[in-house]
Design a protein around this ligand. Structure first.
Ligand SMILES: [Zn+2]
Length: 207
């Protein structure tokens, strides 16, 4: 190797080391900036709570939202006849988060943990909900009775003979039943449409 070649190789190696060093530094610096940014955002915007780790009670005006949240697996109590005082007492007694469209409920000083829903339309109501309570998975979807909130149990097809429509009997093999209201659930077009709505409106699921 000539003297010139050796010199060139030396400069090339030095230059690569500097590049690697500056790359390592910039990665560390970037991580540091991200950590600071994350802390600042955490202070400014409260972190989202996990919907599936909380239990809710909805007021009489949120029947449709209740059914859709139950479809996603969220635990939501609902009684169309419930009065405000009973709703609040029930929430306090069982540590439930109140979902309400009623501003007079949200303003009350004795109201515990609650979320005031402003919109009258389902997609916006879902968006308002997920801005505070994150639903990041569909793992628990279709595990809860949408009529009464009870967790569904898998049931053998043979035990349901004569209880389900013939077309469903021919085309479906997996069934779940609510042991409270006895409603039977199976996969089908309704479920596909529901899943598509949940994916579209809620989005960002872990697969
Ligand atoms: Zn049920």
């Amino acid at each position: 190797m000539s003297c010139k070649e050796r010199q060139l190789r030396y400069y090339t190696e030095q230059s690569s080391r500097t590049k690697i060093k500056s790359l390592i530094f910039s990665t560390d610096a970037l991580q540091y900036v991200c950590t600071i940014f994350h802390h600042i955002i955490g202070i400014i915007l409260p972190m989202k709570r996990k919907a599936l780790e909380n239990s809710f009670i909805a007021d009489a005006m949120l029947g449709t939202l209740t059914r859709w949240l139950r479809l996603a697996g969220v635990d939501v109590e609902y009684d169309k006849q419930i009065d405000d005082d009973t709703l609040i007492k029930r929430a306090m007694y069982s540590s439930l988060v109140i979902l309400t469209r009623d501003r007079s409920i949200a303003k009350r000083k004795d109201v515990p943990d609650h979320l005031l829903i402003w919109s009258n339309h389902l997609p916006e109501q879902v968006l308002e909900f997920i801005q505070v309570f994150e639903i990041d998975t569909l793992e628990s979807a279709f595990t809860r009775c949408i009529r009464c909130n009870t967790l569904l149990e898998e049931v053998e097809k043979d035990s349901l003979e004569g209880q389900i429509p013939p077309y469903v009997w021919k085309t479906q093999n997996e069934f779940r039943r609510c042991n409270n209201c006895k409603r039977i659930y199976w996969a089908g077009t309704h479920r596909e449409n529901a899943e598509s709505f949940l994916r579209k409106v809620i989005g960002n699921f872990k697969e």
